[in-house]
Design a protein around this ligand. Structure first.
Ligand SMILES: NC(=O)c1ccc[n+]([C@@H]2O[C@H](COP(=O)([O-])OP(=O)(O)OC[C@H]3O[C@@H](n4cnc5c(N)ncnc54)[C@H](OP(=O)(O)O)[C@@H]3O)[C@@H](O)[C@H]2O)c1
Length: 267
């Protein structure tokens, strides 16, 4: 029996799909989570915290592969360093990391850039921790998941007028389509940076919001709002898109139909 595969963030939006797909592929899975929970057949949950280091040695013990999906708004590079240190002590497993398309193409020089896009800077710093870890590694960059766009759309739709960042386009992808690719590369040999992944279509921000409002049957005007700064200009230029690496998976309209209700045809 091959050793279990550790999935950090295996309780999250992406990680849950990764765990299910690895399990379906016949692999035992170990999930590191801050919140203890009972295991299931072939899936073990280990309580720990990547930021404090609690439980990380136990999580990596005996694994040959780690899929690192855990993330939070702050501290990702430090969390990755803790994971890497434990992994080096445990015998150099293959470290698979999920990052974001465009992290090296969005300038962060100004305070407004750092405030708006600081998370992307922390993803780039974490990519470097992985690449310089001394472990065999593979990193996949993905565009935004449908779930994230939906969460933002739901929040914005509480306003009487829905602001859409002018000139911004997004390339949403289904988290399960990303999980499928991640599992594919996890079961292969370490490959360094692999080609990016994006969804089936690119949309203007206003179109995504209108699609959501239509599916949710909510009437609200969508108003373009200019966003200043170099970071915003990089978005205008499409730094966050991966049109050459589109998957033919679930579209935004199909996702909305499943999650929200009847999406308008063609969206
Ligand atoms: N969302 C997107 O659109 C998108 C796009 C491209 C790439 N990505 C990347 O994909 C990855 C997964 O994103 P997601 O949206 O699926 O994340 P998510 O739903 O927010 O889940 C975050 C996960 O991280 C775990 N976690 C957070 N802090 C932790 C800590 N200190 N120690 C251990 N575990 C911790 C959480 O586990 P517990 O709460 O159980 O502890 C949870 O499972 C991230 O690296 C993200 O940057 C996301």
């Amino acid at each position: 029996m091959p050793p279990p595969i550790l999935v950090t963030g295996g309780t999250g939006t992406l990680g849950r799909h990764v765990v299910a797909r690895l399990h379906d592929a016949g692999r035992d899975v170990r999930v590191l989570t801050r919140h203890a929970r009972p295991g299931e057949s072939g899936i073990e949950f280990i309580s720990g915290d990547l930021l404090s280091g609690r439980g990380v040695d136990a999580a990596v013990a005996g694994v040959e592969t780690i899929v690192h999906c855990a993330s939070s708004f702050k501290g990702d590079p430090e969390a990755a360093r803790n994971l890497v240190r434990a992994a080096l002590r445990a015998g150099r497993p293959h470290l698979v990391y999920i990052s974001i398309v465009g992290v090296d193409r969005i300038p962060m020089a100004s305070p407004i850039g750092r405030t708006m896009f600081g998370y992307l800077a922390s993803k780039l710093a974490t990519e470097r921790v992985v690449a310089e870890s001394g472990l065999p590694w593979t990193t996949l960059r993905s565009t935004q998941f449908h779930d994230l766009i939906l969460m933002v759309a739901r929040k914005l739709a509480r306003l009487p007028v829905v602001p859409a960042p002018a000139g911004f386009r997004f390339h949403p992808v289904d988290a399960d389509d990303v999980a499928a690719r991640l599992v594919e590369i996890t079961l292969r040999t370490p490959a360094g940076r692999v080609p990016d992944i994006g969804g089936p279509r690119v949309y203007g921000a206003a179109d995504l919001l209108r699609g959501y409002l239509g599916a949710a049957r909510r009437r609200r005007p969508v108003v373009p709002v200019p966003v200043p700064g170099k970071g915003a200009r990089a978005f205008h230029a499409g730094a966050n898109l991966a049109p050459d690496h589109a998957v033919s998976g679930r579209t935004w309209e199909e996702f909305l139909a499943d999650q929200v209700g009847d999406a308008p045809a063609g969206g």
